[in-house]
Design a protein around this ligand. Structure first.
Ligand SMILES: C[S@@+](CC[C@H](N)C(=O)[O-])C[C@H]1O[C@@H](n2cnc3c(N)ncnc32)[C@H](O)[C@@H]1O
Length: 242
């Protein structure tokens, strides 16, 4: 399903192991790079996504591939009284825990080690399940989406925010240059991991987007699926209900 693109192609380890290793490597610089390389636009996308979740007034939110917790922190705005963030990278989680503690919201937000493809939660546990910039990194996308649906309560809402490739001139050409030349260059210098920011455009290229992604969600059993394209097709929000 095109999701087998790995960060370190020269190594034999699994995609999951490599993804965790890569995020452990770049954890200390991740937030800085995220905002720098996106020009801060990721914050606007997160806000928009969380507004959509707020409409269902969730009591509990599970944020998968939570990384350093930014999306889980944004989810406070939904008014949920329980927010759990799960990730396979201890390095990312550690930065997230420090942030959450510093903000004094560690009573509401808990960040735990957990694999989205084998979630340590009961069926029908959460009102909303979110993933921002995470599904592209899953080793097995359908099993991650299935697990998300399993832990959602009936009628619960799943939201995926993910990067996509713009299709139209001139954004397509500009984006191609940016993602193949500028992004790996800046990413390598700041993160000190020479593969991480070449993996990023490769993984976006290989990933199903738009209708193809919605079709996968529908096959898994999500209802009322739809997408919202963001910023001329650089990112998209996908929504489905259980
Ligand atoms: C690009 S970061 C996104 C972090 C955060 N959601 C954000 O919006 O900044 C991707 C995260 O997905 C995590 N990840 C990848 N595969 C995972 C899996 N199977 N289960 C849980 N986390 C996973 C990585 O460890 C990494 O922290």
């Amino acid at each position: 399903m095109g999701t087998k693109v790995k960060p370190y192609e020269e190594k034999d380890s699994s995609k999951k192991e490599q993804v965790a290793e890569m995020f452990d490597n770049i954890a200390g610089r991740y937030d800085l790079l995220n905002h720098l390389l996106s020009g801060g636009i990721d914050r606007r996308w997160r806000k928009r996504a969380i507004k959509l979740i707020s409409t269902v007034k969730p009591g509990s939110v599970l944020d998968l591939a939570t990384g350093t917790g930014d999306f889980a922190i944004e989810a406070l705005k939904t008014g949920a009284n329980k927010i759990v963030g799960a990730d396979i990278s201890n390095g990312m989680l550690e930065i997230g825990r420090q942030k959450v503690k510093k903000m004094g919201v560690d009573n509401t937000i808990e960040l735990v080690h957990g694999d989205s493809e084998n979630l340590p939660f009961d069926n029908d546990s959460f009102d909303a399940v979110t993933v921002s910039f995470g599904v592209r990194n899953f080793e097995n996308l359908p099993s991650g989406l299935e697990q998300m649906r399993r832990v959602l309560k009936p009628d619960g809402i799943a939201l995926v925010l993910e990067l996509t490739q713009p299709q139209r001139f001139p954004l397509k050409q500009l984006y191609g240059f940016y993602s193949r030349v500028i992004l790996p260059f800046i990413g390598r210098i700041i993160s000190k991991d020479k593969s991480a920011y070449t993996y990023l455009p490769r993984s976006i290229e290989a990933f199903p987007e738009g209708e193809s992604f919605l079709e996968i969600m529908r096959k898994i059993g999500y209802l009322n699926c739809y997408q919202i394209k963001l910023s001329g097709g650089i990112a998209a929000i996908y929504i489905g209900r259980k």
